[in-house]
Design a protein around this ligand. Structure first.
Ligand SMILES: Cc1cc2nc3c(=O)[nH]c(=O)nc-3n(C[C@H](O)[C@H](O)[C@H](O)COP(=O)(O)OP(=O)(O)OC[C@H]3O[C@@H](n4cnc5c(N)ncnc54)[C@H](O)[C@@H]3O)c2cc1C
Length: 422
């Protein structure tokens, strides 16, 4: 007998669950509140669609920090190589960029999504076509039962399935559909959910003077939007261990954001939660040694201004000099030894993460302890979960999509096995 499975959420996790269930012969119905599928996946395509990362498995797994053990079985079953092979099957060749990140050759998400949807909708070879129901919002469960409450333009109805997979995403970029509204619905069903928090996010700087809320008006007006590069950040991770990484970030109206900042965001967020603020250290001249910088700050500059001197001797200018003026006292700027020290290690205090709605992804979500090895809720047999709505986080670099695809596949396979066993 054909089994019916409801999947709520048509992001990469939900679509991967649909694929696994379709392959097992289930009649799959995918519901999503948005007018079209994979909105966040398509947005990721604007940045080139970093699908996965080419590093070896031990390093790859380590990116999921304390959640690596929980994700390991799913990522060992569907890891970076499998993700690339899967894309190739859909006609999308990938390449490894200089940083080890893996992208589709055309750096776009739309062709991959189009081919994927075509295959899901077509079915064939014992695979029933997947039915898509867009603009259908899941509202929870009909009282006392497992039927799903679904609302669309015509009103509310219920949908009864033999099993269900929730792949509702986190709470970042809610206008793309994942708004975190599911948290109280699952909590009411006895499923343990860690609060959703910003991950891979920007930060507000702590006041830089007694009468300032954050950056000075001068810094904000002159340099907001300016990239700081090259630069190295040293900061503690969530376990308290200091790391150094080189790259670039952007000065914003209220603080800092960008790929280098995202790499440190979990540790900085936890420090702020514990102590009310976090401090990171900037190396404004990562290619110079301290001695090289000191030799230049000590060099007599005659009638030249300090800014002109730093620019001509060290190529230190623009937003970098702006940060020094912003964060140091005039006396520190005038002391060649102190200045050299701060150019190589400039402390920057952060007071808050930017809101989760602005973040690339969210931390928190359904705790793995609430789920069995097949990602089925222990308290709700037949209810599976996948993707960013689970309680894990990872830096940017393709780790997010890979874990969404891997857990989506695991939830789909889990639901298929559960149905078969009944
Ligand atoms: C700007 C940006 C760039 C990114 N770039 C990358 C990248 O290059 N590489 C990478 O690995 N990751 C990237 N990510 C992260 C990645 O896109 C997400 O981690 C991933 O899309 C999450 O997949 P998901 O299927 O779990 O959830 P989502 O993609 O968020 O999908 C969840 C779906 O559930 C639907 N939904 C939610 N609630 C309901 C409801 N009640 N009823 C019906 N439907 C509902 C939503 O409409 C949505 O379609 C990026 C994210 C952003 C914001």
């Amino acid at each position: 007998m054909l089994r019916t499975v409801a999947i709520v959420g048509a992001g990469p996790a939900g679509l991967m669950a649909a694929e696994a269930l379709q392959a097992a012969g289930a009649q799959v119905h995918v519901f999503d509140a948005m007018p079209s599928v994979g909105r966040k996946f398509l947005l990721a395509g604007i940045g080139g669609l970093n699908l996965t990362h080419s590093e070896a498995m031990p390093g790859f797994l380590a990116r999921y920090a304390e959640r690596a053990p929980a994700l390991r079985p799913f990522l060992e079953d569907f890891g970076p190589d499998a993700a690339r092979a899967w894309a190739a099957e859909l006609g999308i060749e990938t390449f490894v960029g200089t940083s080890g990140r893996v992208f589709p050759k055309d750096m776009k998400a739309a062709p991959l999504l189009r081919a994927w949807l075509h295959r899901l909708r077509a079915g064939g070879d014992g695979r029933p076509p997947v039915q898509f129901h867009m603009r259908h919002r899941w509202l929870g469960w009909a009282e006392g039962g497992t039927a799903l409450r679904i609302a669309n333009a015509e009103g509310e109805s219920t949908f009864t399935a033999d099993a269900a997979v929730l792949a509702l995403g986190g709470a970042s970029w809610p206008r793309l559909g994942s708004d975190g509204m599911w948290v109280p619905l699952l909590a009411a069903r006895g499923i343990d959910v860690a609060p959703l928090r910003a991950s891979n996010c920007g930060f507000d700087v702590a006041p830089t003077g007694p009468d300032r809320a954050g950056w000075s008006t001068h810094l904000r007006e002159r340099f907001a939007g300016e990239p700081v590069k090259p630069v190295a950040i040293t900061a503690a991770d969530a376990a308290g261990l200091a790391h150094r990484q080189q790259g670039e970030f952007v000065v914003t109206e209220t603080g800092i954001e960008g790929s280098l900042v995202y790499a440190f965001s979990a540790g900085l967020r936890e420090q702020i939660a514990a102590h009310g603020e976090a401090t990171l250290t900037l190396d404004l001249l990562p290619q110079h040694t301290h001695e090289q910088v000191l030799a230049e700050t000590r060099r007599p500059r005659g009638a030249r201004s300090l800014s002109t001197h730093l620019k001509s001797r060290l190529h230190l200018q623009g937003v970098k000099t702006g940060l020094l003026h912003e964060l140091l006292t005039p006396a520190q700027m005038d002391d060649p030894d102190a200045l050299a020290g701060f150019i190589k290690a400039l402390p920057l205090r952060l007071s808050a993460t930017r809101p989760v709605a602005e973040a690339i992804s969210s931390a928190g979500g359904v705790r793995f302890e609430s789920l069995d090895d097949a990602l089925m809720a222990r308290s709700s047999p037949g209810l599976f979960m996948a993707g960013e709505m689970l309680d894990w986080e990872a830096p940017t670099g393709g780790y997010l999509l890979t874990a969404c695809l891997a857990t989506g596949r695991a939830a789909g396979l889990g639901a298929a096995a559960w149905l078969k066993a009944r």
